[in-house]
Design a protein around this ligand. Sequence first.
Ligand code: PEP
Ligand code: MN
Length: 345
Amino acid sequence: MIIVMKAGTEPGEISAYCEALKQRGFAVHCSVGTSQTVLGLVGDTSGLDAESIRASHLVEKVLRVQEPYKRANRKFHPDDSVISVVNGDGKESRLGGGYLGIIAGPCSVESREQVVDIARQVKKAGAGFLRGGAFKPRTSPYSFQGLGCEGLDLLLEAKKETGLPIVTELMATHQLELYEDVDIIQVGARNMQNYTLLKELGRSRKPILLKRGLAATVNELLMASEYIMAGGNDRIILCERGIRSFDSYTRNTLDLAAVPYLKRQSHLPVIVDPSHATGVNWMVPLMAKAAVAAGADGLIVEVHNDPENALCDGEQAITPAEFASLMKILSGYAALEGRKPGVSA
Ligand code: PEP
Ligand code: MN
């Protein structure tokens, strides 16, 4: 961090200010110019609030040279992180570090038949994980809210039937105890900055799928992951799922450039959700391919066996057959780039 002191600050005030910073554990390099003095702070400044430094009457401006996230930062962890879960077949479902991991399934769990049928079909096509919402964050309180606990039980049945690890959204900390057998906990876009939830998940040892907020910057997404990591849980998957923009030709605007940016800044796996990003089923395979080409470590895709009658997000669901053809193309792409399949042999 670089602190530019106001012109005319007395040398005595500057040395007292430097002393205070040293007391806080930083080494301070002071360069005295003809009119202004510049201080360079060495040490971990992630805990320093630039705004509070700026508030001092002695300070002209503050420049951060280091990102405020440390644990998520690739600088301190150059190797890619890999999320690996042992599935019911004794194989590993993996994501990140060259493994292309695919999460697929319905938006919401609707019935035993629905979720087990979809699980079987996406597994056959090569998915490594099954998704499905039990507790749903819906914009309208009158829309289908998910089957709740029954939905979780049905997901567990689908896991037993197919061996696929399950991914489902947690909306409130008090429900965490219900998620004991869930393999990956999803934090939805609407909760990306629910810091109470993030702190609680920092104490969990389960992998967390953290979705980007509807109007969150990528740096805010990284800071949200830092919250979980600061609590001791470093098993995080970042997910770009589209953001709000001025245009409404798609449900959200897929920010694909976030993928290479996040992967450069962080070691955490980055996946894309082409379903919520576009909101229209015919675009999903196209954006899924684009996401993999952009370097995504995986995808989370909504697949439904009867999209027209789906209780939630039917218009963006692809069918199991469409998913299977997409998977064929993706495995070809992945092989071309020397990437490895998400499910071990
Ligand atoms: C979902 O994945 O079902 C979902 C609600 O996603 P998001 O939080 O990205 O809207
Ligand atoms: Mn959905």
